[in-house]
Design a protein around this ligand. Sequence first.
Ligand SMILES: [Zn+2]
Length: 302
Amino acid sequence: MKNLGGFLLPCMALVLLLGVTSPEVSFAKNKQSGSKYTQALKKEEPEKVRLIDWYLYKTDNLNFYMTEGGKKYAYVYYDAEKIVEQEIKYFNVDMDGDKIDIFLFGNEGFLAPIREAAYNGDQDLMVMNGDGISPPHRLQDIRYHFAHEMAHAMTNHKWGMDKLNYANMKYAGAGTWLIEGIAEYTAKQQIQYTKMKDVPPLKDLGYGKATYTKELKKLIERNHIDMGYVNQTGDLINLGEYFFYESVVYFMIETKGKDNFFSFLESMTPSKRALDIDEAIKKYYGKSNKDFIKDWKKYYGL
Ligand SMILES: [Zn+2]
């Protein structure tokens, strides 16, 4: 999840997939093959690809595919609809009957090189290797990763990740700070994990300003960061950690509210006369990009 845009990873993953062959995996009843994902692989390079069978579970908003190796992470499936419903409500997204495809698996054959969770906006699908992201990750619960990737899906359905990226295009790293900031903020602030099935336990993570401040200062110290070099949103990418991006989103929502933040996002998305990031900050935060970053640093005393 760190350092790699969730929207970039799937492209790399596909390249990896095509270069690797593996023993065939087959399963019992309920299996589904010929999904969008495996079909895509088949088309690319049929002689190298062996299909893995998927168990398909449908919920109101998801087509949830699991392999045999993904089943030990079935707790994600049990809470998946609850998580997506919380996010649909928070983002006020009209799914319009669309279902998001989720592929959950473990270190199995040609899927093993995918070590991460990632959302692909073009295909509206999420891949997750449970073995790749758990348990070494400090949160030890991949529902958090699921919530993060689903927030990308919501951002994509509502505003279009490509549009938000485009609005940031004049800066290095484009909209990564914003897209990943929204996803981390959502996974940490908007999901009530304690109301879910408790295997394994994940506590609610709703950080307040004091916790953000403390953790940001720790990060800066640990990574020997000179904040003097961070003067505009385009400099945020150099900080490398999603936590900084999340703290900017938290700052924006706490100081001017969620509605203002959503209007800010909306302003960058019309097909005609979309604002770029500087114009959107000026309009919704009343500041130049530089003063906006100055205010963010001041908010946390950085
Ligand atoms: Zn992400």
